[in-house]
Write a protein that binds this ligand. Structure first.
Ligand SMILES: Cc1cc2nc3c(=O)[nH]c(=O)nc-3n(C[C@H](O)[C@H](O)[C@H](O)COP(=O)(O)O)c2cc1C
Length: 408
């Protein structure tokens, strides 16, 4: 298996190679929460870079529930033209272009001024940064049903706009992942307790999405291989959820790991385990992938072609890459041309882990912003500078978001 062999998905769709640009929240929405000209420029760079599958950064299914200010929202057809243009650019070089759809649940900052919701009223535990996130309100039955419909509606709109698929985000501690984890889901009704109950919301969302889109439209799920927290969602749970997803028409499962509380997706487990230096989740993916009837993609710590090949040799169908493609969007094209390019960030070894994690995100977002302005990336940017810049931009976007919400 080479990285440049095509992959056929269960619904008949072909992905031209085995490299996927994984989702990265861009915070590049325009003033009305649609895709901006800068966002489109960024995706042009990735489309030209040669990855067979491009996943958007998470797009919100509800404007009241944002993973961050400056996020793109798709909940009605008012701005569909802008999404059509985004889809056209993403697909222009032949890539599959899927929209990742998400709801943050309790992982939404207090300063956005919205009520946060979650399976249970359990707040995030982030040490000194905990107060950035309010105690969420537990969702009631009607709200859960409305949420399922929101995911389905956003997927339907993505299809109308010309995207070739959606990825339902059920990883990284966001709402669907909160339902899956016994740490955040303390419910005693049919949405909590046993793993089957905790997985119910994800399964209902997949079914509702499938019911509204064409069979040729791809439906994927991003799932944690584990939360990497003691008492959390573990690899055996992930395997069982994949078996439940086998029963539905899911075209791809992407395995990642971690949450805001335990950012394993940055290579940092919080349950005493050590993750591999490259391809962090490969060790956990093998058994889960063996249980899956659909192709599996693994993301996290992949930066070099030999590692892509190692991932593929282990029986995983696609290698997902985020950070390295933010630094060098043309990696797939260069690898195919025989170059041994790689793209890496220097580790941030600050004592304050949560702050170091924010700085890492800021350094990557700095690269996205550069690309969105048609400029060169700068992997050596100082993490402190990137963090301060990101804080300033975020404060401005937060004010803009609050004005927008206040105006109704
Ligand atoms: C700036 C940034 C934003 C991210 N946003 C998202 C997102 O919107 N949705 C998602 O599923 N993962 C998101 N991720 C996680 C990546 O998809 C990926 O799982 C993680 O970065 C590990 O892969 P990597 O080592 O190749 O970066 C983000 C990562 C970074 C660095």
């Amino acid at each position: 298996m080479t990285a440049f062999q095509a992959l056929q998905l269960p619904n008949g769709t072909t992905i031209t190679n085995r490299i996927a640009k994984a989702a990265m929240e861009e915070n590049l929405a325009d003033a009305s929460q649609g895709p901006s000209a800068e966002l489109l420029r960024l995706y042009q760079a990735w489309a030209e870079g040669g990855a067979g599958l491009l996943l958007t950064g998470n797009v919100m299914v509800d404007r009241r529930a944002m993973t961050g200010p400056g996020g793109v929202v798709l909940e009605d057809d008012r701005q569909l033209e802008k999404f059509r243009e985004w889809a056209r650019i993403g697909r222009a070089q032949g890539a599959q272009f899927w929209m990742q759809i998400n709801h943050p649940g309790r992982q939404m900052q207090a300063n956005l001024g919205q009520q946060t919701v979650a399976p249970s009223a359990v707040a995030l535990e982030l040490g000194g940064l905990s107060k950035m996130f309010p105690v969420p309100k537990a969702l009631d039955e009607a709200e859960i049903q409305a949420l399922i419909q929101r995911f389905a509606r956003t997927a339907q709109l993505a299809e109308q706009a010309g995207f070739t698929g959606v990825q339902i985000h059920a990883a990284h501690g966001y709402l669907l992942s909160q339902f899956l984890s016994p740490i955040s889901n303390k419910r005693t009704d049919s949405w909590g307790g046993t793993l089957e109950n905790r997985a119910r919301l994800l399964l209902e969302v997949v079914k509702a999405v499938r019911a509204l889109v064409a069979p040729s439209f791809c439906v994927a799920v991003k799932l944690n291989s584990a939360d990497f927290q003691r008492g959390g969602f573990d690899a055996a749970d992930a395997k069982r959820v994949v078996q439940l997803l086998n029963e539905l028409d899911v075209d791809l499962v992407e395995l990642s790991g971690g949450s805001y509380e335990a950012p394993a997706m940055q290579g940092d487990a919080r349950d005493g385990r050590t993750l591999a230096r490259e391809a962090y989740f490969l060790e956990f993916a093998g058994e889960i992938a063996a249980a899956a009837t659909m192709p599996v993609m693994v993301t996290g710590g992949i930066r070099r072609l030999p590692v892509v090949e190692q991932v593929l040799a282990s029986g995983v169908a696609l290698a997902g890459i985020a950070t390295a493609l933010a630094i060098n969007p043309a990696l797939p094209k260069q690898w195919q041309a025989g170059q041994s390019s790689s793209a890496e960030l220097a580790p941030i070894r600050w004592k304050h882990k949560a702050l170091a994690s924010l700085a890492y995100m800021a350094v990557v977002k700095f690269q996205l912003r550069q690309l969105s302005l048609g400029k060169h990336t700068h992997a050596g940017v100082s993490p402190l500078r990137a963090l301060l810049l990101e804080q300033l931009k975020s404060a401005r976007r937060t004010r803009q978001y609050k004005r927008l919400m206040a105006a109704g």
